[in-house]
Design a protein around this ligand. Structure first.
Ligand code: ASP
Ligand code: MG
Length: 422
């Protein structure tokens, strides 16, 4: 990355207020921090007011948490946050120095110094309120405000963090609090793609995607943005754009409210997938009230997230219930079901942890019937057996054997016309 960025994704009016967030790889070395400073300086010189949110240098948060794990198998979460928050504290100081070196007035803020007030749920705190007065004063004076992502402070003054990948949420929350014209997320990809280009080389960058679609893509494994940041942006109508920090050109992907999308939008915007799935089935459960509650309640009590749920039509007073969980929780969930099985007098538990989920996502399917049947036909033509199906208004998901993941994603990407430029 060199020189001045072009007019990529810049709000038209000068003196716009822009929040820019740079992830770990973008600030992974002092050279890269210098490049970030150049980009920030460019926008600043154009007359924009800039708030920059940074992550820790890549690998740093893992390293810091690893140190705590060397001392304890289950470290106190409050202290984990004290440790983890230092990663971002380093990058704000470094970036502020780099900016000043270029003659740009800049000032760093930790989350606590801004006063990003959160609850006290250490390691996964939620933002309650942001005091934007001090930042606004700096911005009015022409100073670039550099804020540590991922962190806040609770009412007692303890340092908190927002969960891994939380700087995205910090940036969106700051943009909402400051009523910024745009929140730009700079990352190592140049936008949101129709699917993972490592699986489908024909995958294309989307110019825009709706918040709802982005939420589905994120929850289905597209790791471009932390899910919570997308929820936040949708709720507070923050104009959110994903851009590459390693390219000077390109509009990135605008995440927007549906109405703003153009009329010729495709029915399907993307094919998402998740490899980390496992399926459990309880066979021969007495078919009476409270069964689903007793089975899934026990799973929920163990804090295990359940995704798809299917209950068969009962016969002879018996039924079967299947559901999927994250693959990492398969063993734990199986052990819980064994207990429940005895209590309920169920016949058998079966499980499969070599499954995956593939989904077609698109707001266009609201007004176009037949998307599901096209999806099932495509998979049938490839000889792929569907094990479970679930649908929402803007998504159809199937569970299949994980050995067919690549084949299914490629076939669906093509069948829904995503291979060819729009
Ligand atoms: N540094 C934190 C993490 O690695 C937060 C972030 O990068 O968004 O999770
Ligand atoms: Mg990230």
């Amino acid at each position: 990355c060199s020189g001045a960025p072009g007019r990529r994704g810049t709000p038209d009016s000068t003196m716009s207020l822009i929040v820019q967030k740079y992830g770990g790889t973008s600030v992974g070395s002092t050279d890269r921090i210098k490049n970030v400073a150049k980009r920030v300086a460019h926008y600043r010189r154009e007359g924009h007011r800039i708030v920059v949110v940074v992550s820790a240098m890549s690998g740093e948060t893992n390293r810091l948490l690893g140190l705590a794990k060397e001392l304890s198998a289950s470290p106190d979460p409050r202290e984990l946050d004290v440790i983890a928050a230092t990663g971002e504290q380093v990058t704000i100081g470094l970036l502020a120095i780099a900016l000043k070196e270029m003659g740009i007035p800049a000032k760093s803020y930790t989350g606590g110094q801004v006063r990003v007030l959160t609850d006290s749920a250490y390691t996964k705190a939620r933002i309650l309120e942001i005091d934007e007065a001090a930042m606004r004063k700096d911005l009015d004076a022409g100073t670039v405000v550099v804020v540590a992502g991922f962190q806040g402070v609770d009412r007692d003054g303890s340092i908190t963090t927002l969960g891994r990948g939380g700087s995205d949420t910090s940036a969106v929350a700051l943009a909402a609090a400051l009523k910024a014209d745009e929140c730009q997320i700079y990352t190592d990809v140049d936008g949101v793609y129709t699917t993972d280009p490592r699986i489908v080389p024909e995958a294309r960058r989307l110019n825009s995607i709706s918040f709802e679609e982005m939420l589905e893509m994120a929850s289905l494994g597209s790791k471009v943005l932390q899910i919570r940041s997308v929820e936040f942006a949708g709720k507070y109508k923050v104009k959110l754009r994903v851009l590459s920090s390693f390219q000077d050109e390109g509009e990135g992907t605008l995440i927007t409210v549906e109405e703003e999308k153009n009329m010729e939008q495709p029915i399907i915007s993307g094919i998402a997938f998740n490899r980390d799935e496992a399926k459990l089935t309880m066979l021969g459960v007495p078919d009476k009230p409270g069964i689903a509650y007793q089975i899934l309640g026990a799973i929920a009590d163990a804090n295990i997230d359940v995704d798809m749920i299917i209950q068969n039509v009962g016969h002879d007073g018996m039924t079967d219930l299947s559901f999927t969980v994250n693959r990492g929780e398969f063993a734990k969930a199986t052990a819980i079901l064994e207990d429940v099985k005895v209590k309920l007098g169920a016949r058998e538990i079966t499980g499969d942890n070599k499954i995956c989920k593939v989904s077609a996502v698109g707001v266009g399917m609201r007004s176009h019937p037949g998307v599901a049947s096209q999806m099932f036909r495509t998979l049938a033509e490839e000889g792929i057996n569907i094990r479970m199906i679930s649908t929402s208004e803007i998504k159809i998901s199937v569970v299949i054997d994980d050995k067919y993941l690549e084949l299914a994603v490629r076939a669906l990407h093509k069948a829904f016309g995503l291979d060819t430029p729009a």
